[in-house]
Design a protein around this ligand. Structure first.
Ligand code: SF4
Length: 476
């Protein structure tokens, strides 16, 4: 006789039929989804078909569909076909959807047509976290991460790539033409039927490529993605290139909750103020601290965040090229705020002479012609034979100096930044799988990202408060 645990017979009838609720424990996360969605005003949040038409075919209530999607994104089931399948066999979904089984087309259309509502639900949950005092410390890390778009690299064209293909096709055409000339010269073993059909194909391809070349060069970003036109070729952390979206996230340093997110088509530089201002708006609070990596360093951006009442901490990179040229670095020149002069490594004073505007920044120029002319260490300071060494200082450089002082006083800032953002980005990437986005276009990518962010925040809050605690907080 077997000593293993024996299951119940599939054909056994029960006297008291079990309710589906018996299969769902009191602390099951699906109860949180149920409570959260039921207390939302879906009409005010912008969902379609909240009030059903009295005529025509009856449809599913948006709350049913929203519960299905939140469950899916919490459990790494993002595709509409898989969600349909799960609704037929998954007891948790049978409970959550009250045994409703929408087909995959209805599921897919709901996500596509309710982007505004889904984004607002994501914001609503952040608002709930704020009410529960999750963002008390008001320190946020802004970072960007590349997520692959539905566009293979071979379907993305830049001017150099199109030119490469044009050159290759032109060479092949030349080769086939010379083969056909050889045939005319009595070399009998060449099959001209093959050559002419290939030549016709190559000539058609050349016309296509020339049209593409025009399209690429006319594009403002000088690139064309053929499958998802919004996606862009970007550098990924391992210096590879992928056709991606650059997703911007603002994450709080205490609980690692994502306060704000944005699917962008550009690099990190220039995004700091946009995302930080959005965090202020979401929290209804001006006095916040923003940490970001050197990719966000932009003098205008840092000043703009300060003007909006924020404190920005962004390390600066040395882009002067002094080290490569083998000359004194700018850091060896000491600025005296009271006298408004620089003291150079030779101990000479460089006074302020004039102002210039470069790359949209008004800069003060400091120079001492006489000292540089007679300088004995000139070769270590400048590569120019007739010009003196000039120091340039942005008219608002004191903003950068104060920020550098804060960074020097808090050497752990880069570690805090890394620890804060890697967690949510890593989790979301793992959930999305190898292909990342499932839908084309920036608009649809934003919807997918909102669902991922909502799921990540929900999961974090369940860990922090427990499912029962979170349900109680939502119901208050
Ligand atoms: S070249 Fe001019 S700026 Fe440079 S060390 Fe000599 S005096 Fe100073």
């Amino acid at each position: 006789m077997s000593h293993h645990i024996i299951g119940q017979s599939r054909h056994q009838s029960t006297l008291f039929p079990e309710a589906i609720d018996d299969f769902v424990t009191e602390d099951n996360p699906i109860r949180v989804i149920d409570v959260f969605v039921d207390q939302l005003d879906l009409l005010a949040l912008g969902f379609e078909a909240v009030n059903a038409k009295l005529t025509g075919r009856t449809g599913y209530h948006p709350s049913t569909m929203l519960k299905l999607y939140i469950y899916g994104y919490l459990n790494r089931i993002q595709s509409s076909r898989r969600l349909e399948k799960e609704s037929h066999r998954n007891v948790e979904l049978m409970w959550l959807l009250e045994r409703l089984r929408p087909d995959f087309k209805t599921i897919a259309n709901f996500r596509k047509d309710n982007g505004k509502g889904i984004k607002n639900v994501c914001r609503k949950f952040v608002e709930l976290c704020r009410q529960l005092n999750m963002f008390d410390e008001s320190v946020f890390v802004i970072d960007g991460c590349k997520f692959k778009a539905v566009n293979n690299k071979s379907k993305n064209y830049t001017p150099s790539k199109v030119q490469f293909h044009i050159d290759r096709v032109e060479k092949s055409i030349e080769k086939y033409l010379s083969q056909m000339d050889a045939k005319d010269g009595d070399e009998k073993d060449i099959d001209t039927t093959v050559s002419s059909s290939k030549l016709a194909w190559l000539e058609a391809r050349l016309i296509e490529l020339k049209a593409l070349d025009e399209e690429v060069n006319e594009h403002p970003d000088k690139q064309v993605s053929q499958t998802d036109p919004d996606a862009r070729l970007m550098k990924t952390p391992h210096m590879e290139r992928q056709v991606c979206y650059n997703v911007q996230n603002a994450v709080d340093t205490k609980h690692h909750l994502i306060v704000e997110h944005d699917v962008s088509m550009t690099v990190d530089r220039g995004q700091l103020t946009v995302v930080a201002a959005q965090v202020q708006k979401t929290l209804g609070k001006k006095d916040i601290t923003i940490i970001a990596d050197k990719g966000y360093f932009s003098r205008n951006d840092i000043k703009a965040t300060q003007d909006l009442g924020m404190t920005a901490n962004v390390p600066q990179t040395d882009t002067s090229g002094s080290a490569k040229k083998g000359i004194f670095n700018k850091s060896l020149f000491k600025y005296d705020k009271n006298k408004d002069i620089y003291t150079c490594p030779a101990g000479e004073e460089l006074p302020h002479r004039r102002n210039v505007t470069e790359d949209g920044l008004e800069q003060k120029v400091y120079v001492n012609h006489i000292a540089c002319r007679d300088c004995t260490i000139r070769a270590k300071c400048t590569t120019l034979l007739k010009e003196p060494r000039k120091m340039k200082r942005w008219v608002h450089e004191e903003v950068i100096d104060a920020m550098q002082q804060r960074l020097d006083d808090n050497p752990d800032t880069p570690v805090l930044r890394k620890q804060t953002v890697e967690h949510p980005f890593g989790t979301i990437k793992m959930w999305m799988g190898a292909t990342h986005f499932l839908m084309r276009s920036k608009k649809n990518g934003s919807i997918e990202m909102s669902l991922n962010v909502l799921a990540d925040n929900l999961k974090r809050m369940m860990t922090i408060m427990g499912t029962t605690g979170l349900m109680e907080a939502i119901s208050k």
